[in-house]
Design a binder for this molecule. Structure first.
Ligand SMILES: Nc1nc2c(ncn2[C@@H]2O[C@H](COP(=O)(O)OP(=O)(O)OP(=O)(O)O)[C@@H](O)[C@H]2O)c(=O)[nH]1
Ligand SMILES: [Mg+2]
Length: 370
């Protein structure tokens, strides 16, 4: 009966992705990752890296993606501090205003600025032109480093990643990018479509799985998502895959039954593998700013979130949210998405993020492109 819920994609004659050796996966030509131009694809707007023009370095791309946030946040602070003036409360309040309107959030801004005030006093700083490195240091401290970066080594297989987030934040796209990443690391992967609410959700996921040549477990439309997850965990165990990634419905976080459903999924997983899910990844749309904090708090009540992926940082001026997340939700940002290509997802490295904001060059042509 449960078997009826399995609707695996047709396997290539070379065998399943789940059972391929790492060499086979590594030696695959990039062609399966190519964006094909079938009409069904338009929903994901992906262009594979193999089709893209030669890539700029990651840091340059990060800088470019953060241009609007830099302009809205750091450039304004730099402008304010550039002309020499006395460091006083008026100046501190002006900085606070910039931080708050750039979506750093009130609580995080207050904490950050209290630390800045302390450092100013300790170092006996007097002039505004000395303040920028202090603000930079304090932002860096608030961001910290991930407690437990997304590393699957050292866990008994399968390593389970449960992906949550409201509609349209980029869950499915992030899963596609994760498949690409794990596959290029030679890992065996299985994906589960626990969004049974609408058939199109599983179809979109299937497109990504076909591109990355990864198996998908899906249920019929309207099936109990927890039962799809149960089947997927069983399949992951019996096939001995290293990573199982579970996509969930873009549920409205205000609807309690949907949150209950999510909690049930969490329970089903940990009943099968007590230490799982190893990662509960909340996907946040970087363009939504402070709203994302409220969403995160509600999701956290259903299943304890362990990491955040902030997507769409390219083209938003609200990237200040990244600074607030750890402080406001108590969970580190682990991944950032800066575009729609397969390799536009990276581990979040606080130092790079801060360097891109403070050191990165901004020119207006970059801003127009975004
Ligand atoms: N520019 C940009 N677009 C992104 C990024 N991540 C996702 N998107 C786009 O955001 C849109 C929604 O992405 P999905 O992955 O379908 O979002 P979802 O959370 O799965 O949506 P639902 O399943 O409807 O809840 C798509 O058009 C993606 O191409 C990113 O990092 N940058
Ligand atoms: Mg989706």
């Amino acid at each position: 009966m449960l078997k009826d819920l399995f609707r695996r994609k047709k396997q290539p004659s070379t065998g399943t992705a789940a059972t391929q050796s790492s060499q086979e996966i590594e030696s695959q030509p990039p062609s399966p990752l190519k964006a094909d131009s079938s009409p069904a694809d338009t929903s994901t707007h992906i262009s594979a890296s193999s089709e893209s023009p030669p890539k700029e370095g990651w840091f340059k791309r990060l800088t470019k993606s953060l241009s609007k946030t830099k302009k809205n946040l750091v450039s304004q602070i730099q402008e304010l501090l550039r002309v020499s003036r006395k460091i006083d409360e008026d100046l501190m309040e002006e900085i606070e205003e910039i931080l708050i309107q750039a979506d750093v959030g009130v609580n995080t801004t207050m904490l950050l600025m209290d630390n800045v005030r302390e450092t100013v006093e300790e170092r006996g700083l007097q002039d505004s032109t000395d303040l920028e490195p202090v603000i930079r240091e304090e932002i860096q401290k608030v961001l910290g480093e991930p407690d437990r970066p997304l590393q699957i080594e050292g866990t008994d297989a399968p390593y389970i990643i449960l992906v949550l987030g409201v509609n349209g934040v980029g869950k499915t796209t992030t899963i596609g990018k994760l498949c690409y990443r794990f596959q290029s690391e030679g890992k065996s992967i299985l994906v589960a479509a626990a969004d049974t609410f609408r058939a199109a959700a599983a179809d979109q996921l299937q497109i990504w799985c076909e591109r990355t040549n990864v198996d998908l477990i899906r249920g019929n439309e309207g099936a109990d998502p927890a039962s799809v997850v149960f089947d997927a965990v069983q399949a992951a165990k019996s096939r001995q895959v290293e990573v199982l990634i579970i996509d969930t419905a873009g549920r409205l976080h205000t609807k309690k039954p949907l949150m209950d459903e999510l909690a049930k999924i969490g329970k089903v997983i940990s009943r099968e593998i007590p230490e799982a899910p190893h990662e509960v990844l909340l996907v946040i749309d970087g363009t939504t700013g402070q709203n994302a904090i409220m969403q995160a708090q509600i999701f956290n009540q259903a299943v304890a979130v362990t990491g955040v992926a902030v997507t769409k940082l390219d083209g938003t001026a609200k990237g200040g949210i990244v600074i607030a997340i750890r402080q406001e939700i108590g969970v580190p940002v682990k991944l950032i998405g800066i575009g729609e290509q397969l390799d536009d997802l990276r581990d979040f490295v606080a130092q790079d993020f801060v360097a891109a904001l403070f050191d990165g060059e901004t020119d207006d042509s970059m801003l127009e492109e975004i």
